[in-house]
Design a protein around this ligand. Structure first.
Ligand code: ATP
Ligand code: MG
Length: 348
């Protein structure tokens, strides 16, 4: 029986995870669930944002459903004890190097997009962002030169195996969708990007049925708002992916609607809504649980190979949105639990 680790975390994390778990239980009855504290809740329970028992559960599990972490109450702690360290620790310990972020506008939510409705309707893409390299993890430093000027540097670096493994995830993702992959870099300026492009082209030989294109990141930022419908799957490095995935999410609508996955070379993965712990609305039943519910769909698809179950959840969400179900972030008054109820009903 597949084991799903439920790590609800802080703020609205537990509220949205509860609804996602109910939906998973309804769609895939053969799953076992085990819950553990993480983030600020982990610190409160065991003195660490990623307590050993939580990490152990995560390692034993087939997939992780993660809520959100973070709360201003923990801002005064040492960096290593802050809630956000939990997610970095989990990615590292589980070898989750690829972040998958689908951006799709559900019919009826055109007003939530930052784009004009006729353009917003065409968005249906997945950004595959590399998570373990790039300027975030290269050498960093600050110094003052002899003539008193302050300098700072962050080294952008990628090794070929790091590029090859993220490229394989992206090609496989494109293979499971519409067969088009666009690799985004800045190869006209950056050595890192030239290596990136060379390696992506080499890996392309393993996926002859996927159509590969390349785009510079500045052009990609423009194309994402001008004509997002041209993209199927995008693969890019950690820095460009960070920026482009937030941009794409605003094109696709409310932060409460968008799921994500962190995966590695196996089938295990960590699934979470892109939104944070939203302390401003926690405990009030105002949180939109659809991003968490859609993260559950990604979990079924990527970690359990249950494409039919994933599609059933996505269709139910599309149905309730088309039927006018709206939490406050979408301009309505529905509560978190009621939104969960209507999705459950729409599954039937
Ligand atoms: P983090 O640093 O953890 O990403 P953040 O500061 O980016 O957090 P969020 O916690 O994502 O912020 O919240 C940003 C805003 O969006 C808040 O006003 C919050 O109430 C709202 N929000 C976030 N998630 C949801 C949701 N599921 N439903 C409704 N509103 C949400
Ligand atoms: Mg955020």
């Amino acid at each position: 029986m597949p084991l799903i680790a439920i790590l609800p975390g802080d703020g609205i994390g537990p509220e949205v995870c509860r609804e996602a778990q109910r939906v998973l239980e309804a769609v895939a009855p053969g799953l076992a669930f085990e819950e553990a504290a993480v983030g600020g809740a982990g610190y409160d329970a065991a003195g660490h944002p990623l307590p050993p028992a939580t990490l152990d559960l995560a390692k034993r599990s087939d997939a992780i459903l993660f809520g959100a972490v973070g709360d201003a109450r923990y801002d005064r702690l040492d960096r290593a004890l802050r809630p956000e360290q939990a997610i970095l620790g989990l990615r590292k310990e589980l070898g989750l190097f690829a972040n998958l972020r689908p951006a799709k506008l559900f019919a009826g939510l055109e007003d939530a997009s930052a784009l004009r409705p006729e353009i917003a309707r065409t968005i249906d893409l997945v950004i595959v962002r590399e998570l373990t390299g790039d300027v975030y993890f290269g050498a960093k430093g600050r110094r003052t030169t002899e003539d008193g000027r302050r300098e700072g540097h962050d080294v952008m670096a990628y090794a070929e195996d790091e590029v090859a493994r993220i490229a394989r995830v992206a090609f496989a993702t494109a293979q499971g969708r519409n067969g088009r992959l666009c690799s985004i870099d800045k190869a006209n300026v950056l050595e890192t990007s030239q290596l990136w492009r060379d390696v992506v082209i080499e890996v392309a030989a393993e996926f002859p049925e996927v159509e590969l294109s390349h785009m510079y990141v500045d052009n990609a930022a423009m194309q994402l708002v001008r004509d997002p419908g041209q993209f199927d799957v995008i693969v890019t490095g950690n820095l460009f992916g960070d920026i482009l995935s937030d941009q794409a999410s605003m094109c696709a609508g409310s932060i409460g609607m968008l799921p994500s996955a962190a995966i590695g070379s196996g089938t295990q993965g960590l699934y979470e809504p892109i939104h944070g712990s939203a302390p401003d609305i926690a405990g009030q039943g105002k949180a939109n649980p659809l991003a968490a519910i859609l993260s559950g769909a990604m979990l079924l698809r990527h970690s359990l190979g249950d494409e039919a179950g994933a599609a059933r959840i996505e269709a139910a969400v599309a149905r309730v949105i088309a039927g006018g179900a709206r939490t406050p972030d979408l301009g309505g008054t529905m509560t978190t639990a009621t939104m969960g109820d209507v999705v459950l009903k729409a599954l039937a």
